[in-house]
Ligand binder design. Structure first.
Ligand SMILES: C[S@@+](CC[C@H](N)C(=O)[O-])C[C@H]1O[C@@H](n2cnc3c(N)ncnc32)[C@H](O)[C@@H]1O
Length: 207
């Protein structure tokens, strides 16, 4: 049995993460295998990826893409040097506050960030419909970790605390703290009424 859920009904295939003017310098934080970097380059943007996974980085390099090995929490990028940024499906695996602080630091005032987050429904679906015990445990520990984090301000220890879902309320609080204006929110289909993928377009505010 395949140990994965299908997400085709939930993902917004037509969401445009790379709508930046030609010539823009754009960072893709947690760029994975670089398909958005390739799209940016094709559009005439200057694209830089940041990634922690060695295999993904090697793949990007083999395709001539510029990718730096680092975490979202400490970007090896100069302050206010980027016209825009992308953060697609990465925040659940980071220290959120530090990742937002770094995005704010590297993007110019007025710069746009395109992000997608994983909501409660994403992990609830794993918990309730996961095709294996391993997947159900993955869903339950992400939900538990987020609860513990929200109550205590700290994640669970070690790998138990490596994944969290994003709630609209916590995102709003990060935006207020780190000076981002929410320009547009687009939700995917929900699971039992809970958000699954949350698409946000942000703008860095002055100050
Ligand atoms: C779900 S994948 C998304 C990859 C890519 N953004 C995409 O949409 O194809 C999450 C990515 O985040 C990377 N990642 C995990 N923790 C990270 C961190 N702290 N900083 C930067 N990237 C991280 C993983 O290696 C993985 O490539």
């Amino acid at each position: 049995m395949e140990d994965e859920l299908k997400w085709d009904d939930y993902v917004l295939d037509d969401y445009n993460f790379t709508e930046f003017p030609p010539g823009s310098l754009v960072v893709d934080v947690g760029c994975g295998y670089g398909y958005l970097l390739e799209r940016l380059v094709k559009q005439g943007c200057r694209a830089i990826g940041v990634e922690v996974d060695e295999e993904a980085i090697a793949h990007c390099h083999s395709r001539g893409l510029r990718v730096l090995k680092a975490g979202a929490e400490a970007l090896p990028i100069a302050t206010a040097s980027m016209d825009g940024g992308i953060c697609k499906g990465v925040l659940p695996f980071t220290d959120e506050a530090q990742a937002f602080a770094e995005l704010r630091r590297v993007v110019k005032t007025g710069g746009r960030i395109e992000a997608v987050y994983l909501g409660f429904g994403y992990y609830a679906r794993y918990l309730l419909l996961g095709p294996s015990l391993r997947r159900r445990f993955y869903g339950s520990r992400a939900l538990l970790n987020t609860l513990v984090h929200d109550l205590s301000g700290r994640p669970l220890p070690g790998w138990l605390g490596d994944t969290m879902y994003q709630s609209p309320a916590r995102l709003s609080s990060h935006y207020a703290q780190h000076g981002f204006k929410l320009l547009r929110t687009t939700s995917s289909k929900k699971f039992m009424g809970w958000p699954v993928f949350i698409y946000h377009s942000l703008e860095k505010q002055p100050g």
